[in-house]
Design a protein around this ligand. Structure first.
Ligand SMILES: Cc1ncc(COP(=O)(O)O)c(C=O)c1O
Length: 434
């Protein structure tokens, strides 16, 4: 209609020309290459900052969690054998959703532990570390506006993974139920009413981490059942991050939430070869669960990584096959690792108590959280600029005492960071006991 009037046609083409120039100008002034909105706010990482700090000050670094001893020899030899194997295909691409030998081994192990037959081709996926399994589970099961419940303190990638997928994290803290005497990670609990209040019809799922990083808590049957009942009531998923499943100190026992009644159907369980065989640099992980839920992870994986390293998967498969033969015996790595770590845990707890901190004794894992506030009078927090006291404490300790830990407020949501400020996290797997 407009364009039939010559004068108006001229005005219209002028408008169009102006708006095109405006768009081009906007691109140049706004910078076309800014971080996409969905990542804004996720650029700070405690790991990047503290690795840099360690490089600069060369402290005893009990920050990042990885062993400083050799992985079992059979597993390392298996990797060498795979790389040098006569079969050239062991150094080529393998099946995208997991090297056949490895998915078979994983399915065999967890079929035994879950007392149900897992199909290695549809109920197991191999990923680049547990990290990618978490990413694929969250990306593959989040639509914009979906809510996910996260238990604090938490492995810090959960929050950005949910937010960048368009999801909304809802947080609930574990809090110590004791403040004197010896505190165990089991004394850190969630409030059941608060937990129940977070579930609603928008809840897509809850991320559970048992055994827990950083507290070392092994969730009890009662705590897991409470979560499981809510997940069933509200028809939600459970993503269960169980990377520390083999580092549990007796008499505590790891319970897989997927084994609770009617829970396998709604649970994606995640594991890590890095943690299982003390080879964190290998970055192989997995997820297992019902085929309909794993399908979504397959889609994310095939459109991002597609496939993981073949010789490393082969070596991990050999590791599993050999441990399965020794399963339940004292020389099985799944049993012996925790026994070796126990001495280090007790040494670390005594050391921290002797210097005036109040450690939480972990029931599992290789991290220990300790309250440092009794030392406040001996440290000069004013020398550091950070907003949260645990950042200032850990930085001051790194620079002046030569001992580096990680500030636990990094493992809380913005609104709950104050809950982590009185503590520091140390990784005791690197401690050498004389
Ligand atoms: C709780 C938790 N989940 C997942 C991971 C990642 O494991 P991976 O190294 O296999 O990616 C870690 C590593 O520290 C962790 O602590």
């Amino acid at each position: 209609m407009l364009t039939r009037v010559p004068f108006l046609r001229a005005v219209q083409s002028q408008l169009l020309r102006n708006s095109t120039t405006e768009v081009i100008n906007n691109y140049t002034t706004m910078s076309k290459f800014d971080l996409p909105d969905r990542f804004v706010g996720n650029d700070k990482s405690v790991w990047v900052e503290y690795i840099q700090l360690a490089l600069q000050h060369k402290p005893v670094n009990l920050g990042q969690g990885f062993p400083n001893f050799h992985a079992p020899e059979n597993v390392r030899k298996a990797l060498a054998n795979a790389a040098l194997n006569e079969n050239p295909l062991l150094n080529q691409y393998t099946r995208g959703f997991g090297h056949p030998r490895l998915v078979n081994a994983i399915a065999a192990l967890y079929s035994k532990l879950l007392s149900r037959k897992l199909d290695p081709t549809t109920e197991v996926i191999v990923t680049a570390g547990a990290y990618e399994a978490l990413y694929a589970a969250i990306q593959g099961h989040t639509s914009p506006g979906d809510e996910w419940i996260i238990i604090e303190p938490f492995f810090d990638c959960y929050e950005p993974m949910i937010r960048t997928a368009g999801g909304i994290p809802k947080f609930i803290p574990l809090k110590p139920t004791k403040n004197s005497g010896i505190i165990s990670s089991g004394d850190w609990m969630y409030d059941k009413n608060e937990m129940a209040s977070l579930f609603n019809k928008r809840t897509k799922g809850i991320i559970l981490n048992t055994p827990h990083n950083p507290l070392g808590k092994v969730f009890t049957h009662d705590e897991l059942s409470f979560i499981a009942d809510l997940a069933k009531k509200w028809n939600t998923l459970v993503v269960s991050d169980e990377v520390y499943e083999w580092m549990v100190y007796k008499p505590h026992e790891h319970i897989r939430i997927a084994t609770l009644p009617d829970m396998y159907e709604r649970t994606i369980t995640i594991g890590s070869a890095g943690k299982t065989f003390s080879v964190t640099g290998w970055k192989i992980g997995w997820a297992y669960g019902p085929a309909n839920l794993l399908k979504n992870l397959q889609v994310v994986h095939q459109n991002s990584l597609y496939t993981c390293s073949t010789p490393i998967q082969e070596a991990v498969a050999v590791g599993f096959e050999e441990e399965l033969k020794k399963f339940g015996q004292p020389d099985c790595y799944f049993t012996s690792l925790a026994e070796e770590l126990l001495e280090k845990r007790d040494f670390m707890a005594k050391f921290l108590a002797d210097v005036g901190m109040a450690p939480t004794i972990p029931e599992a894992g290789y991290f220990m959280v300790a309250n440092w506030t009794q030392l406040e009078k001996n440290v000069n927090l004013d020398e550091e600029q950070d907003e949260y006291k645990d950042y200032r404490f850990t930085k001051w300790m790194t620079k002046n005492v030569g001992l580096q830990g990680i500030p636990p407020s990094a493992f809380y949501s913005k609104e709950h960071k104050h809950l982590g400020e009185d503590n520091v996290r140390y990784c005791f797997i690197k401690v050498i006991v004389n």
